[in-house]
Design a protein around this ligand. Structure first.
Ligand SMILES: Nc1ncnc2c1ncn2[C@@H]1O[C@H](COP(=O)(O)OP(=O)(O)O)[C@@H](O)[C@H]1O
Ligand SMILES: [Mg+2]
Length: 486
């Protein structure tokens, strides 16, 4: 920068400028000790910025991005860091090098607590809206504009084409959203008037019956005398008349393919053991985890598979989609707490936990992903009690809340790898002067920084040896200055 006036004046202006910024600024040395903080940084943590200098940054900002910068030597950009004081910051942190060695770092950060709160509120309202609104039914399916965009377009066509609605097949591994899609098709069919608003959605898992004969009697109905003790019974086809019959795990009906084909071709159903055909008007959606082409005879497959709707397994979905799924399940949890107990629940995730949840391989797909997220949150939130009703709760889901199978799979670094954990930081701030005195006492007894750090650690005070060394140096400097002054 060209100098306006002389060097010293110029520095004064720069510091004044930094102090008037609407961003917080921290500068640390290679050990993480603050060498500069501007006014706003001090304000954020209720300290005078000049009093912060010489202390480790984690005393004021335990989640400081600068700690990562010092560990990796690389710049870090965090969109959202939640600090102990409840504030959320957007942070940009950069290393400082001198002659190729890392000598420190600086961070510039903005308080986005209010913006985030408003944004969350907006997202919540949008989600609530989409959960409750029929015309938005497909947009509440994550991936509607991504991995399953074509599938949804096909699903809409299967129902809404001018030639009339058609039957369809949904295939995909367990937990990929087959039932969700089938229900959405039903809502959509009602919405666009293809079926009446009171039309039924009849769902049957054909694999739940002990044998295919019983399944067939459920689906097609049966006549008195069709087997010993049988009564006249309406089948699910008749029950679904005017609506949708969702045949889940349809491959188990393979012995009754001819009957199924006949119903689809003719629009008449004949109960098993009966001689009478009954007219029905049903849209069939057959779902399966198997490729029905290998199970059904070609005519039947052809009849159903004009609209074959495939759902990708979770592992083939993009990272963005997994993030959105995670956010959706979290929001649903928060909405549930609000609606059930009037609790304003705000769920946060440690960055490492978020990445662990997203990168785990879930064999049972979205269902398992949802269950793991819910159980991690269950483990982090308090149990309901009368004092909590209609309060605000901010909960952080940490590594300790995640099911062990996920942690084992990733061999994740445990918490004690962190420079300072939050509790010890709080303790340390409170007892800072006591700790300083203890360090002086130990140094007087000729203990070196490593030994002092060991003793402090045993007392539950987590200071690294370099932090002790820094404190000792600082104290020495202060003492020398005092001597000079007197
Ligand atoms: N694309 C998606 N977006 C949001 N939630 C989904 C999605 N796919 C599946 N789910 C949720 O995952 C769970 C399992 O889905 P489900 O339809 O029962 O799977 P399937 O029938 O294939 O076994 C349900 O809670 C469902 O709401
Ligand atoms: Mg299902």
């Amino acid at each position: 920068m060209p100098e306006l006036i002389n060097g010293e004046e110029n520095n004064k202006i720069i510091f004044e400028l930094l102090d008037n910024l609407r961003e917080g600024v921290n500068v640390v040395n290679a050990e993480g000790m603050l060498t500069y903080s501007n006014n706003l940084s001090g304000e954020y943590v209720n300290c005078l910025s000049k009093d912060m200098i010489g202390h480790h940054i984690s005393e004021f900002y335990p989640q400081a991005a600068l700690i990562n910068v010092l560990k990796t030597g690389k710049q870090v950009h965090f969109d959202k860091v939640r600090h102990n004081n409840g504030k959320i910051y957007k942070v940009h942190a950069y290393p400082i090098f001198s002659k190729f060695s890392l000598i420190g770092g600086y961070a510039i950060f903005t308080d986005i607590t209010e913006v985030t709160r408003l944004n969350d509120r907006l997202e919540e309202l949008e989600l609530r809206n989409s959960i409750g609104k029929a015309e938005d039914i497909f947009t509440s399916i994550v991936g509607w504009n991504g991995s399953i965009k074509d599938t949804i377009a096909k699903a809409k066509k299967s129902i809404g084409s001018l030639g009339g609605p058609r039957h369809s097949i949904i295939t995909g591994e367990s937990g990929t959203g087959k039932t969700l899609l089938a229900r959405s098709i039903y809502e959509y069919a009602k919405e666009i008037g293809v079926i009446k608003s009171e039309a039924t959605f009849v769902e049957v898992n054909c694999a739940q019956y002990t044998n295919a004969d019983i399944a067939a009697m459920e689906v097609f109905g049966c006549n008195e005398g069709s087997y010993t003790g049988a009564k006249d019974k309406k089948g699910l086809f008749e029950m679904a008349d005017g609506g949708i019959l969702f045949l889940d795990e349809a491959h188990t009906l393979d012995n009754y393919q001819n009957l199924l084909l006949k119903v689809l071709e003719s629009g008449y159903v004949r109960r098993i053991g009966d001689i009478k055909d009954r007219k029905i008007n049903v849209i069939v959606i057959a779902a399966s985890t198997k490729n029905l082409q290998n199970v059904f005879m070609p005519e039947l497959y052809q009849r159903l598979a004009q609209y074959e709707l495939f759902l990708h397994p979770l592992r083939d979905r993009t990272c963005m989609e997994k993030q959105t799924l995670l956010n959706t399940f979290v929001k649903k949890y928060e909405v549930e707490a609000k609606e059930r107990y009037g609790i304003d629940l705000k769920i946060e995730f440690d960055e490492q936990v978020r990445s662990l949840l997203i990168n785990f391989n879930y064999p049972r797909n979205i269902r398992q992903f949802r269950d793991v997220i819910n159980s991690s949150i269950d483990s982090a939130v308090p149990l309901i009690n009368p004092n909590l009703v209609r309060t605000t709760i901010v909960t952080n889901v940490g590594i300790e809340n995640v099911p062990t199978e996920l942690k084992d799979a990733h061999d994740y670094p445990k918490q004690d790898n962190r420079v300072l954990d939050e509790i010890s930081v709080k303790e340390e701030v409170r007892d800072r002067f006591e700790v300083d005195n203890l360090i002086i006492e130990l140094a007087r007894n000729d203990y070196g920084p490593r030994k002092i750090a060991n003793i402090l650690n045993k007392k539950g005070i987590e200071l690294k040896y370099y932090q002790v060394a820094y404190k000792l140096n600082k104290m020495k400097e202060i003492k020398e200055n005092q001597i000079k002054e007197t």
